[in-house]
Write a protein that binds this ligand. Structure first.
Ligand code: GDP
Ligand code: MG
Ligand code: K
Length: 298
C-alpha cells in the first residue's frame, strides 16, 4: 500500500442555467444524482456529488443557476442557494457555453471574482461547434475576463476532455482526511433522489406551462419483499396544471411514472413499484413558510 497524504476538498460548479452543470457532475460521478433538462433551473436544491479516487476525495456542489428576476420566493431561495455555494469551497468551476457570452454569464463571473477563490473556466458543449476554428479566439477572449487557473474546453455530454478537468481539479484539494466513506456518492437520501427523478420527468415531458409550479413529495419509501415501494405526491398550484400532468385518460402521468420508475431501478439497482398522485396546493411557490415545510430551507 502506498503511503501518500490524503486530500479532500469542496468544488462548486457554477454557471447560468442550462450550461450543463448537472450533466458534468453526473458524468464525473458516473451516476445520475443531479437532474438535467433542456429547461433552465431544473436543479433547485444543493446536491453534493462525491468522488473518491485513490487518495483524493472531491466533493462537488451543484447549484441552481444564478438568475436575474427574484420575484417569487422560490427564486429568492434559488439565488441564495447559488451564491452560498460559492462560499466555503476550495475551488470554483465556472461553466460557460461554447461561444455565447451573456449578461447572466457576466453576473456569475462577478460572483466568482468577488469570492476571490481559485477558479477554472470550463467551456462546455464544444461538440456543438461546427467550426472548431472559432474556439481558440473565443477561449483567448475568455481568458482575459479574469485570472483563471485554467481554461478547459470540453463536452460534458459526449465525455470529451472531462479527464483533463479532473486532473486539474485535484491540484486544488487541500491535504485532509476524507469527509465521506469512499463508496458514498451523494449527501442526499434515496427519498430525495426519488423525488428529483419524478420532478425531472415532469419537467422533461411537459412544455413551458409548468415552470416552477411543481413540487414532489415522497409519502412512502419502503423496502418489502425485495421491492422498493414508492409513493410520490405531485403538488401543483392550479387545477389546470393537474389536468396537464394527468393527461388524456391518465396517459401523461403513466408515461411520467414509467420513465421515473426505470431511472429509479437503475439508480437503486432494485425493482421499484411506483405510485404517483397529483394534488392542487395553491400558491406554494410564493409562500416562504410553505417552502420551509417542504424542505427548501436546508
Ligand atoms: P444545468 O442547468 O447547467 O445543470 O444544465 P443541464 O446539465 O441540465 O443541461 C442542460 C442541457 O444541455 C441538457 O439538455 C443537456 O443534455 C445539455 N448538455 C449538457 N452538456 C452538454 C454538452 O456537452 N453538449 C451538448 N450538446 N449538450 C449538453
Ligand atoms: Mg442543473
Ligand atoms: K437545466
Amino acid at each position: 500500500m502506498k503511503n501518500e497524504a490524503k486530500h479532500c476538498g469542496y468544488v462548486a460548479i457554477v454557471g447560468r442555467p442550462n450550461v450543463g452543470k448537472s450533466t458534468l457532475l453526473n458524468h464525473i460521478l458516473g451516476q445520475k444524482i443531479s437532474i438535467t433538462s433542456r429547461k433552465p433551473q431544473t436543479t433547485r436544491h444543493q446536491v453534493l456529488g462525491i468522488k473518491t479516487e485513490n487518495d483524493h476525495q472531491i466533493i462537488f456542489v451543484d447549484t441552481p443557476g444564478l438568475h436575474k428576476a427574484a420575484e417569487k420566493a422560490i427564486n429568492r431561495y434559488m439565488n441564495k442557494a447559488a451564491s452560498s455555494a460559492i462560499r466555503d469551497v476550495d475551488l470554483v468551476l465556472f461553466l460557460v457555453d461554447r461561444t455565447a457570452w451573456t449578461e447572466e454569464d457576466e453576473m456569475v463571473l462577478q460572483q466568482v471574482v468577488q469570492s476571490g477563490l481559485p477558479a477554472i473556466l470550463v467551456v462546455n458543449k464544444v461538440d456543438l461547434l461546427e467550426d472548431k476554428a472559432v474556439l481558440l479566439p473565443h477561449l483567448q477572449s475568455l481568458t482575459e475576463k479574469a485570472d483563471f487557473k485554467a481554461v478547459i474546453p470540453l463536452s460534458a455530454l459526449r465525455q470529451h476532455n472531462v479527464e483533463s478537468l479532473e486532473s486539474e481539479v485535484i491540484k486544488y484539494l487541500p491535504e485532509s482526511e476524507h469527509f465521506f466513506p469512499e463508496d458514498q456518492i451523494t449527501n442526499r437520501s434515496q427519498r430525495f433522489l426519488a423525488a428529483e427523478i419524478v420532478r425531472e420527468k415532469i419537467t422533461r415531458q411537459l412544455g413551458d406551462e409548468l415552470p416552477y409550479a411543481v413540487n414532489v413529495e415522497i409519502e412512502e419509501f419502503a423496502f418489502d419483499n425485495g421491492i422498493i415501494h414508492i409513493s410520490a405526491l405531485i403538488l401543483v398550484e392550479r387545477d389546470g396544471q393537474k389536468k396537464i400532468i394527468i393527461g388524456e385518460k391518465g396517459s401523461r402521468l403513466r408515461s411520467i411514472g414509467t420513465e421515473a420508475r426505470q431511472d429509479m431501478e437503475r439508480l437503486f439497482d432494485n425493482k421499484v413499484m411506483l405510485r404517483l398522485w397529483v394534488k392542487v396546493k395553491s400558491g406554494w411557490s410564493d409562500d416562504e413558510r410553505a417552502l420551509r415545510s417542504l424542505g427548501y430551507d436546508d
